[in-house]
Ligand binder design. Structure first.
Ligand code: MG
Length: 160
């Protein structure tokens, strides 16, 4: 059974969202690089790579299932933040938003009665729990140590 048109369109939207996320994290990496925060920049670059992997996972599955998979234009991403902590607040809120997108995609797979796609999307559902948790853990460090914690956070994120 091929991917339905509805699911194909939803996959194409999600591929676009994952690529937009990759660009967002690359933009955040540039912000940190220009501030000399190499550890935070390293974390963002790894995050950007992961987002491209997410996009490729969706592409591979969509093509395997005979969907008309397309890459569309990716909108511009933000490039300015008030302070380092605000960047990680943005990461957290963005990942919560992506979790909603994945949940919506799952809802469509359920509505289309496509069991294989529901099974495939379970990985993304679990991945989002981890994404939110990772962002929250970094924010917790900022909250405990304040701006003085920036050095510790930068050092730790350099190890990712
Ligand atoms: Mg993702």
């Amino acid at each position: 059974m091929k991917l339905t048109e509805k699911l194909t369109n939803a996959f194409n939207e999600q591929i676009k969202a994952e690529m937009w996320s990759a660009n967002l994290y690359s933009s955040m990496a540039i912000y940190f690089q220009s501030m000399g925060l190499a550890g935070c920049a390293n974390w963002m670059k790894k995050q950007a790579e992961e987002e491209l992997e997410h996009a490729n996972k969706l592409i591979d599955y969509g093509v395997t299932r005979g969907g008309a998979i397309k890459i569309s234009a990716i909108d511009a991403v933000p490039c300015k933040w008030e302070e380092p902590k605000a960047v990680f607040e943005h990461v957290y809120s963005h990942e919560c938003h992506v979790s909603e997108l994945i949940d919506n995609l799952m809802d469509i797979a359920i509505a289309e009665n496509d069991k294989a796609t529901q099974e495939f999307l379970r990985w993304f559902v679990n991945e989002q729990v981890e994404e939110e948790e990772n962002a929250q853990a970094i924010l917790d460090k900022f909250n405990v140590f304040g701006q003085h914690g920036l050095y510790c956070v930068d050092h730790e994120l350099g190890k990712r």
